[in-house]
Design a protein around this ligand. Sequence first.
Ligand code: 1PZ
Length: 212
Amino acid sequence: LFEDAGTGTPLSGMAEAFEELCVLIKSGGGGRGDGYDLRLKPFCDACSLVSVLFGCLGIAFKFAEMEYVSKVRDLAEASKRHGSLNTILDIDVKNDTVRTPGSLSRNLRRVRQGLDLIRALFQNFLSSDDYSLKEAASTAYAQVCAPYHTWAVRTAVSAGMCALPTREQLLLKLNETDESAEKEMRRYINASLPIIQYIDKLYISRNISLDW
Ligand code: 1PZ
């Protein structure tokens, strides 16, 4: 079933994990009548795999890694008490804590932005061989995350961008060739989009805006 299990690269592991989530949410069922009720545990397991990328970015993105990892960890911790993504939204809506710093619904929104950032980054990376990793990442960050980050964070990120490796160094660290990276990045792009849309729908269906 999973032919590259065990021998896969970090990118193929990420792609595979999100493809498996896609199969789940597209299966439709789950008992709530409004689509599949995605459990927190498999979602967090997939999100954790993304952290392997941080290892390729160097010390400048240590703070981004700590931010992302701690939010995924909070969600994974909550998976023991609350079953699904729907549940945490319901609880925060009831307590009026959807946007409260540190709340699970806010952490979910931030993790979703991290997934989208990587999707946009891969898309930019593949759009042209002449695009440096720094350009691809800066553009993706400006599109996906910068509008929601403070000035201090945006400044730190733009400084960190200068320390990113080159395209060739990144591929080497990821144990990919140009061709294999293209294949795995496309798999992630295609599989992450339905998950991102699924998460957005959780908020929109509860009349929560996405401008934060
Ligand atoms: C090869 C890949 C290169 C990609 C480089 C892109 C790096 C972007 C770094 C973003 C840093 C964000 C740092 C901190 C942000 C916090 O202000 C917010 C708000 O937190 P809150 O106020 O809600 O508690 N936190 C976040 O948005 C959490 C997620 C941000 C990190 C996502 C990174 C995704 C993975 C990048 C690739 C490894």
